[in-house]
Unconditional design. Sequence first.
Length: 154
Amino acid sequence: MQRVKRYFTKMHKGTTLIELILVLSVLVILMGFCITNYFKLYDNWANSTNIDFCNNYILHMLKNSAVYCENENKSGYLLFIGENKVKFYCDNKKIKEYKIPMGFRFINIESFNQRIGVNNLGEILKACTINYEDIKGKVHIITIRVGTRYAQIK
């Protein structure tokens, strides 16, 4: 009985060019998803950080102007000019100019005539609501009570 020789090619350990291209293409696709998700996450984080900063900055602006008027024993006012600027005047002299972060803008500032008065005792003279819009278009509200230095973030 004769043995039949079978001709098999010997399998070598290693990768072929096609396998290498497939693995690299899968890795590139996964990296693409990761990078786009990273930028979305970064944009959300930056926006929420700027919202917190803007809320605190507006409260600081209100309290700082009230304390200044009380210390100087003079009345003053905050004038909302443009979409993202607030100027503080005391005794008709400009004391300070405030700016909220880029991309944020005040809305409905006509409701309180673009002006918030502060008397010489450091009390805000008019109740009003300050509305501003963040980068994503969401409206944030800060309510100010009359005769106090209390402001509420909603």
